[in-house]
Design a protein around this ligand. Structure first.
Ligand code: FAD
Ligand code: NAI
Length: 478
């Protein structure tokens, strides 16, 4: 006897759980199955996927604690606050982080109950197609149970990419999972990959006292960000003590009794060795279709192992959709959620849509880095005529009052129409400030639209305002 639903969502990460909730709100009978690598000791399912369990949320908890630690040690004195030399209880820091994860993951179970989404605890795998003509259903095995549904949303996420020949034990050599549970501040920490995880986790442990060296393969640092932002970030991070080496080729990596030793070739072809207590490997993530039996039903993957979808997340199979990290596009939780909502709404006959041009990016370092839209180098490559407005936080009273005047806001607008093409921020609270750029771009705003909007004083958002004015070469405070 099979269990029957209108919609089966495979995977309970941010893409999957949001899709399930939205589909249930729209009147579908919905189940979500989760294979649960993050189950608690009692075997209870843990929803939230990578994001809540070993990604966005725990990393931001550690970033916050380590930021406060650094402020107490180095920032307070400037403002006349003496607290002595702070010490860190790593165990307490980790258990606080684990508590936040527990609270949020169980909160999603509550949301499932509220929205009448059935949670199935087990790995989902395609079996085949059944049902009568005109009323076909997809059949999947979830654990030992057969489940049938008219529509299936695959939201199986991603997993860390490992380096061939570098064994991850999540003790000495960690991927993102182990990196979030290092139980003592390493004296020396090596990181392979100067991407988002490398910078965020490298910052956590540097702030807590580790000597951090990041080894990056590409010749340029942070090539995904706007060129000015990447330059400023390299300058600030280096000043903070993060050692970032680019153009590196990793050789042998060996775990020893003392820790780990990494052979690498540097920019000039010189053979080098780096000894460290711990190593974090953060060289990107790969789509996860493990055990899904996609081939059994002919579900098409592309050359990168992602499930092939169109702009509305339709796969090559009728009634099968795929969203989030397992499909193309940025591997971001909010992108996965947007796709989940879009698919549920299209299934309900609504005009679901996801604007991939206005997905914000944030790197939660200090200063934070955030952007939306095109970078200056992309506009140049595309041959688009643009104008730019760039204002430093050092010209802003609130930033000075906060003792945090690093960085700038850079705005890019079309030279002909003045339409906003990109907003790039490096500075305090960039993660929150970027929303103004996202909203403006969603509404098709021009830089003049932003320049004409009254911004509260004194706030950091005034720097966004001034950058808009600067697009027309008329800033008032710079
Ligand atoms: P996932 O979150 O990976 O969830 C997929 C779920 O499916 C998992 O729970 C998995 O167990 C389950 N599953 C897989 N196969 C099956 C199966 N066959 N049957 C049943 N269940 C299955 N993004 C941001 O936007 N902001 C951040 O600050 C941020 N920080 C991050 C920090 C780190 C350290 C990492 C690693 C990632 C971070 N990300 C961040 C990325 C973000 O976590 C992912 O983009 C997001 O989780 C993707 O959501 P998803 O639902 O597609 O997949
Ligand atoms: P990433 O793609 O951001 O960075 C990987 C880096 O490793 C790149 O700079 C790449 O050039 C480098 N690299 C690749 N192979 C290498 C090698 N052999 N030797 C040395 N360097 C090498 O991937 P990361 O940091 O692992 O994060 C994965 C994804 O998780 C991100 O792309 C992002 O989508 C998501 N994420 C998002 C966060 C956020 O939104 N704040 C935070 C953390 C992760």
């Amino acid at each position: 006897m099979s269990k029957q639903f209108d919609v089966l969502v495979v995977g309970g990460g941010p893409g999957g759980y949001v899709a399930a909730i939205r589909a249930a709100q729209l009147g579908f009978r919905v189940a979500c199955c989760e294979s649960n690598p993050y189950a608690d000791p009692k075997g209870e399912p843990r929803l939230g996927g990578t994001c809540l369990n070993v990604g966005c949320i725990p990393s931001k908890a550690l970033l916050h604690t380590s930021h406060l630690f650094e402020e107490a040690g180095h920032g307070f004195a400037d403002q006349g606050i003496a607290v002595g030399t702070p010490s860190i209880d790593v165990g307490r820091m980790l258990s606080r982080k684990d508590g936040i994860v527990r609270q949020l993951t169980s909160g999603i179970k509550g949301l499932f109950k509220k929205n009448k989404v059935t949670l199935l605890n087990g790995h989902g795998a395609f079996v085949g197609r059944g049902g009568e003509a005109g009323k076909e259903v997809w059949q999947l095995k979830v654990g030992e149970e057969l489940v049938e549904a008219r529509e299936v949303i695959v939201a199986t996420g991603s997993k860390p990419r490992h380096l061939p020949g570098v064994p991850v034990d999540n003790e000495i050599v960690c991927d993102n999972t182990g990196a979030l549970s290092i139980n003592a501040v390493p004296k020396k920490l090596a990181v392979i990959g100067a991407g988002v995880i490398g910078l965020e986790m490298g910052s956590v442990w540097r702030r807590l006292g580790a000597e951090v060296t990041i080894l990056e393969a590409l010749p340029d640092f942070l090539g995904v960000a706007d060129v000015d932002v990447a330059k400023e970030a390299a300058k600030v991070f280096t000043k903070q003590g993060l050692k970032i080496l680019t153009g590196i080729e990793i050789g042998d990596v060996k775990i020893s009794q003392k820790g780990v030793s990494i052979d690498y070739t540097d920019n000039d072809g010189g053979e080098q060795k780096l000894d460290a207590d711990r190593l974090i490997v953060s060289i990107g993530r790969v789509p996860n279709t493990d055990g899904l039996d996609a081939d059994k039903v002919g579900l098409k993957l592309n050359a990168r192992g992602q499930i092939d979808v169109d702009a509305h997340c339709r796969t090559n199979l009728p009634g099968v959709w795929a969203i989030g990290d397992v499909v193309a596009g940025p591997m971001l939780a909010h992108k996965a959620m947007e796709e989940g909502v879009m698919v549920a709404e299209i299934m309900a006959g609504q005009a679901g849509h996801c604007n991939f041009d206005t997905i914000p990016w944030v790197i939660y370092t200090s200063p934070e880095i955030a952007w939306v839209g095109k970078t200056e180098q992309q506009l140049k490559a595309d041959g688009v005529a643009y104008k730019a407005g760039k204002i430093p936080f050092a010209a802003n009273g609130r930033a000075l009052g906060m003792g945090d005047p690093t960085g700038f806001v850079k705005m890019l607008a079309c030279a002909k129409t003045d339409r906003l093409l990109g907003v790039h921020i490096i500075g305090a609270n960039a993660s929150e400030l970027i929303s103004e750029g996202v909203v403006a771009m969603e509404f098709g705003a021009s830089s003049e639209d932003l320049a004409r909007i009254c911004h509260a004083h004194p706030t950091l958002s005034e720097v966004v305002h001034e950058a808009a004015l600067a697009c027309d070469k008329r800033p008032l405070h710079f």
